[in-house]
Design a protein around this ligand. Structure first.
Ligand SMILES: [Zn+2]
Length: 79
């Protein structure tokens, strides 16, 4: 059993919580990730690994990888 690092009296339990991130003024990303939640004060400690995974997921979603087939600057061209 772990005690809450904030209030030192509540128990912290692993729960799936809603994580909200604002990327732009109009873009809100919501996901459920595991976090340690205190049952006394409600302190949330996000699982760092899950948070990292989410961040990576967001980055790959928001910034698509460059296409390898977009090579338009080939010097040996048509003739
Ligand atoms: Zn607490």
């Amino acid at each position: 059993m772990k005690l809450c690092p904030r209030c030192h009296t509540g128990k912290i339990e692993l729960k799936k919580v809603v994580y909200v991130q604002w990327q732009d003024p109009d873009t809100v990303i919501v996901d459920r990730i595991p976090a340690m939640v205190c049952d006394n004060c409600g302190e949330k400690t996000y699982d760092l690994q899950a948070l990292e995974n989410l961040q990576q997921l967001l980055w790959t979603t928001l910034t698509p990888p460059p296409r390898p087939s977009s090579r338009s600057s080939s010097p040996a061209g048509k003739r």
